[in-house]
Ligand binder design. Structure first.
Ligand code: GLY
Ligand code: MN
Ligand code: MN
Length: 430
C-alpha cells in the first residue's frame, strides 16, 4: 500500500482510539487524560542523554516517535489536543511537522516549555507517562487500572496500524536482503550491520531494538550484542534479527543463512523454515497461542530426530524430557506493535514448561504476533543433557560439528484476520 493510502487511514484510527479511550476513562471514572511523550534522561554525572524512545500511548495516537517533552490531552467529546515542544534552540534542529491528514482530527499547539501544559477545568485528571517527567504535574499519576485499560487498547490493531506494521516489514526486508548479500560476499558482522542500515535508511537509534547480527557460534547467543569488525576465517552461518520502524510501528524479523559448504546446517535451516511456515499457518482467531508454542516443540523434536541429532526417542519423549527445550529455550513469540514486545500479552503467567513465553492469550482478529521458532547449539544448555542420562540419545560428533554454526531462528510478523492470518513479512519477501 503506498504511503499516502496509509496516511489516509490515520484519522479513522484516531477516531477509533477516541472511542476506546472514552470507554476506558468512563469505566475508571476520569474526566480527562494527559499523556506525556517523555524525554531521554541524562546519564549519571554526564551531559549526554540515553537514546530517546517515546512513550507507547503517545505514539499510538501521533506516530511521532522522536518527539520529546510533548503532551497529548484526551477528553470525552473533544478533539485531542497535542502540545508539541518546539523551543527556539540554536543547539538543536526543530523539524517542521509535515502536513498530514491526522492534523484534521487533532488540535496541534506549539509550545516553548518542556513541562506539562496548564489545563482549564480538567475535572478528575489522570496523567500517564515516564514518572521522570511527571514531577509536580497535577493529577493522578499512572493509575494502574487505567494504565492497564489503555494498554488493552493496543491489543487489537486498526487497519491503519496493520498497514504501518506491513510497511515496517517492507523497510526491514530491504535490510535483510542486503545483509544476506553482504554475508555471502564475506563481510563481517560490523559490515553486515552497515549494509542493513544503508538499505533500511534507519540509524541504530531509530530501530525498534539493537540489531542482532551473529556469525558462526555467535548465532547461538539469543540476543548477541556485539559486532566483530573482522569476518571469521570460515563464515559458516549468519543469524540476523533486525527490524525497522514506520510511524512508530516496529517490525521484528529474523533470518538465518547457511554459509557455502554447510549442507547439514543448510538442511536444518530448511527444515526449521518449513516448520515455521506451518506454525504461521496456525495463526487464526480462536487459537491459543500456547498451542503454537507447543506445536513448535513437537516440530523441533521431529527435526532433531530427522537430522540424526537425537535418536532412539519418540518425538513426544524428546519434548516431555525437556530435550527440545535445550535446543529451543525461548518462547514462540510475542505481540508486536509500537513496542517490539508489545504490551498486554500476559494477563496470565506462562506455564512452567514455557517460562519465557511473552504471550499467553487466545488469538483474536486484529492482534499481530511474531512466530519465531529457533534451534540452537548453546553449550550451557546442552552440557547438562550431554552429562546426564539422556546423553546416549544425542549425536555428540554431529553436535560438535554444528556448534560452530551457532543456531537458527526464523521470525515473521503475522496479523490475525477474520478468517486466518496475513503474514506481513512474507508478502514482500524476494
Ligand atoms: N528481536 C527480539 C525478539 O525477537 O523478540
Ligand atoms: Mn521477536
Ligand atoms: Mn526478533
Amino acid at each position: 500500500m503506498p504511503n499516502q493510502d496509509i496516511l489516509d487511514l490515520q484519522p479513522t484510527h484516531i477516531q477509533e482510539l477516541q472511542n476506546r479511550y472514552e470507554q476506558a476513562l468512563a469505566e475508571h471514572g476520569y474526566d480527562s487524560l494527559l499523556i506525556a511523550s517523555g524525554a531521554a534522561p541524562y546519564r549519571y554525572r554526564d551531559d549526554q542523554t540515553y537514546v530517546f524512545q517515546g512513550f507507547g500511548p503517545f505514539l499510538h495516537w501521533t506516530g511521532l516517535a522522536g518527539q520529546e517533552h510533548s503532551w497529548l490531552l484526551i477528553r470525552p467529546g473533544h478533539k485531542p489536543v497535542l502540545w508539541l515542544y518546539q523551543p527556539v534552540d540554536f543547539w538543536h534542529a526543530n523539524p517542521a511537522l509535515p502536513e498530514e491528514p491526522w492534523q484534521e482530527v487533532v488540535e496541534v499547539r506549539s509550545r516553548q516549555q518542556p513541562g506539562a501544559p496548564e489545563l482549564d477545568n480538567p475535572g478528575r485528571l489522570a496523567v500517564i507517562g515516564d514518572p521522570l517527567v511527571l514531577d509536580g504535574v497535577p493529577g493522578e499519576h499512572n493509575p494502574a487500572a487505567l494504565v492497564a485499560a489503555v494498554e488493552e487498547t493496543r491489543v487489537h490493531k486498526t487497519p491503519y496500524e496493520i498497514e504501518c506494521l506491513a510497511h515496517a516489514n517492507r523497510i526491514a526486508l530491504a535490510g535483510h536482503n542486503a545483509a544476506r548479500d553482504a554475508f555471502l560476499a564475506g563481510d563481517s558482522e560490523f559490515g553486515i550491520n552497515l549494509a542493513y542500515q544503508q538499505a533500511t535508511g534507519q540509524r541504530e537509534a531509530e530501530a525498534p531494538y539493537h540489531s542482532i547480527i551473529g556469525l558462526n557460534e555467535h548465532a547461538g547467543t539469543l540476543h548477541y550484542q556485539y559486532y566483530d569488525v573482522q569476518p571469521p576465517r570460515r563464515p559458516r552461518s549468519l543469524l540476523i534479527d533486525a527490524g525497522a520502524r514506520y510511524r512508530g510501528y516496529c517490525s521484528d524479523i529474523t533470518r538465518t543463512t547457511a554459509g557455502p559448504g554447510e549442507p547439514r546446517f543448510a538442511a536444518l535451516v530448511h527444515g526449521l523454515e518449513k516448520l515455521q511456515l506451518r506454525l504461521c499457518e496456525m495463526v487464526a482467531p480462536g487459537v491459543d497461542y500456547l498451542d503454537i508454542h507447543r506445536k513448535a516443540h513437537q516440530g523441533i523434536a521431529a527435526l532433531l530426530s530427522a537430522s540424526g541429532l537425537v535418536s532412539g526417542l519418540s518425538d513426544e519423549t524428546i519434548v516431555e524430557q525437556g530435550i527440545s527445550r535445550a535446543f529451543f529455550p525461548h518462547g514462540i513469540g510475542h505481540f508486536l506493535g509500537i513496542q517490539v514486545h508489545d504490551v498486554a500479552g500476559k494477563p496470565t503467567p506462562p506455564p512452567e514448561d514455557a517460562p519465557f513465553l511473552r504471550l499467553t492469550r487466545t488469538l483474536e482478529e486484529g492482534m499481530v504476533v511474531t512466530i519465531e521458532p529457533g534451534l540452537y547449539f548453546i553449550p550451557s544448555l546442552l552440557e547438562p543433557v550431554l552429562n546426564g542420562p539422556q546423553a546416549k540419545y544425542l549425536n555428540r560428533s554431529l553436535l560438535d560439528e554444528l556448534q560452530g554454526c551457532g543456531g537458527i531462528r526464523i521470525e515473521d510478523n503475522v496479523a490475525v484476520t477474520a478468517s486466518g492470518a496475513r503474514n506481513l513479512t512474507r508478502e514482500t519477501e524476494r
